[in-house]
Design a protein around this ligand. Structure first.
Ligand code: NAD
Length: 468
């Protein structure tokens, strides 16, 4: 569905006129096109500052390997500098920047913050350097849960980040917080590179805690990271599911596209584009989980990625909602993901180091008028992934959910104009997301590099004010 304000904003003259009459136009988001590259941060100019003044060699090196040129507040050890220069990247002091020079990303590691005095370092850094953040820029703040479990200053960084995300959203820029517990540097790198990349363009104002002691996969590739993996995407005939199937295939996975037989034509169209297998199955059938599990055991050597995307809405206010609408929504949105996951774990048709992703919704965070059934099913998925994560972690596997906000799909196009306009604008970025924004976040969660993200729900909502 065309977003008139977004289109108008692309014309400098119209944008100027609209701004003068007090109608702000959203900034067109820069999106990732095609598969992830070996150097996803190519030529990004990135400031990296830590509250302690000590910089982690592993993190700096990984950022440089991913393509970034790095600006630090203090000098770095000569060996680190030599290493980065060997990668053909620049490492400079922030103080050497010219007045008008901009930065693509500001990364602040607040792990060393332990009191109100040291908390001021986050104010100082962003107060000084935020003006340099480019349009479509990225802010990532890193926090560490202290050994004594006292989250006072982690929460302070969270409140700071959420407010900053609102202040920079009009520039198409995002801010997010990673909480690393005692997760090793290696576990941080995947999520950090993701938040800095274009793949995360519609994720802002979010907190992503990393699991401590997560099992690291043997090989972590940046490009073609899903090569050799077998993936199941349910509801792949159209919409977000079709985009997810394509995104996984682009990263090298062999995808099995599942949908109902009545969606045959659309499903075949998705499958043809990516050379995938087709699996006709109505997920409301009681035998669905058993059939799916058996399929992966007999046809493949198990399944590595499951994306529970299929979902339905049957909206009515509670007093007018027939029990059939309640039951059908539960059957497809909740019972199917739960029983399929459990069956595949029990049958061992879910391989070690597997990735499971459930499609929740902002309605499952904030609730929505006329959607008591849908919101209950989508909120339950958040609970399900949190409850199931410890069991999957034993085999190096993860299970997470994503909660999309207002996404420009056929479903949202059918909402009446004024309601649609309100829904679309009520977020930090002032616009709706695209199905590919959801697909790329799902693709990130399926990557080996996301091995320490487990039991979480990541919102893809442009920092929606709903349920914030
Ligand atoms: P969609 O209606 O366009 O596609 C859903 C797919 O699921 C269809 O291909 C449909 O045939 C399939 N499906 C439905 N019932 C099925 C069944 N019984 N068995 C097998 N397949 C079945 O939906 P979408 O907008 O692409 O949404 C995809 C997912 O994202 C859903 O879970 C939805 O709740 C969630 N979501 C969407 C939005 C949005 O803005 N579109 C926002 C938040 C969450």
């Amino acid at each position: 569905m065309n977003d008139l304000l977004l289109s108008a904003g692309k014309n400098p003259l119209i944008k100027k006129i609209l701004t003068e009459v007090g109608v702000p136009t959203p900034v067109a988001l820069k999106r990732q096109s095609g598969a992830l590259s070996e150097i996803p941060l190519k030529d990004q100019r990135l400031a990296f500052v830590t509250a302690s003044g000590k910089t982690s060699e592993a993190v700096l090196t990984a950022l440089a390997e991913a393509g970034a040129n790095i600006y630090c507040e203090h000098g770095v050890a000569k060996e680190i500098e030599a290493h980065l220069v060997a990668f053909g990247r620049q490492i400079r002091r922030l103080a050497t920047l010219e007045e008008k020079e901009t930065l693509d990303a500001l990364v602040f590691d607040g792990s060393a913050i332990q009191d109100i005095a040291s908390l001021e370092s986050v104010y100082e850094f962003f107060h000084e350097h935020l003006r340099r953040l480019a349009t479509n820029g990225r802010v990532v703040i890193i926090a560490t849960t202290p050994a004594n479990g006292d989250l006072t200053y982690v929460r302070a960084l969270e409140g700071f980040m959420r407010s900053l995300a609102k202040e920079i959203g009009a520039r198409g820029a995002t801010a997010n917080l990673i909480i690393r517990a005692d997760a090793a540097d290696d576990a941080l790198l995947g999520p950090l590179a993701f938040f800095l990349s274009r793949a995360a363009c519609y994720v802002t104002g979010q907190v992503l805690p990393l699991a401590a002691n997560a099992q690291k996969p043997k090989e972590i590739l940046r490009a073609q990271s899903l090569k050799g993996k077998v993936a199941l995407v349910t509801g792949a005939a159209r919409g977000i599911g079709a985009e997810i199937a394509q995104a996984l295939a682009l990263e090298g996975a062999h995808v099995v596209c599942l949908d109902r037989s009545q969606e045959g034509e659309a499903l075949a169209a998705t499958a043809r584009k990516i050379d995938s297998h087709i699996f006709y199955q109505d997920l409301s059938e009681a035998s669905a989980a058993e059939k799916i599990s058996a399929y992966f055991t007999t046809k493949f050597k198990g399944c590595d990625i499951v994306v529970h995307n299929a979902g339905i809405t049957l909206d009515k206010t509670l007093k007018n909602m027939p029990v059939e609408s309640w039951r059908r929504v539960m059957d497809i949105n909740l019972r199917a993901p739960m029983t399929i996951t459990r069956r595949m774990v029990a049958d061992k048709s879910l391989n070690a180091f597997a990735r499971v992703v459930c499609l929740s919704s902002i309605a499952g965070v904030a609730g929505n008028f006329g959607q008591t059934n849908y919101a209950a099913s989508k909120a339950a998925l958040r609970g399900f992934v949190a409850a199931t994560a410890p069991e999957l972690a034993k085999s190096g596997s993860t299970i997470n959910a994503v909660a999309p906000g207002f996404i420009e799909t056929k479903m949202t196009a059918s909402i009446p104009f004024f309601t649609r306009e309100v829904g679309r604008r009520l977020n930090n970025l002032g616009q709706g997301g695209q199905p590919q924004d959801v697909a790329q976040v799902v693709a990130f969660l399926t990557q080996p590099a996301a091995y320490a993200v487990n039991g979480q729900t990541l919102r893809i909502c442009g920092g929606s004010l709903l349920g914030a």
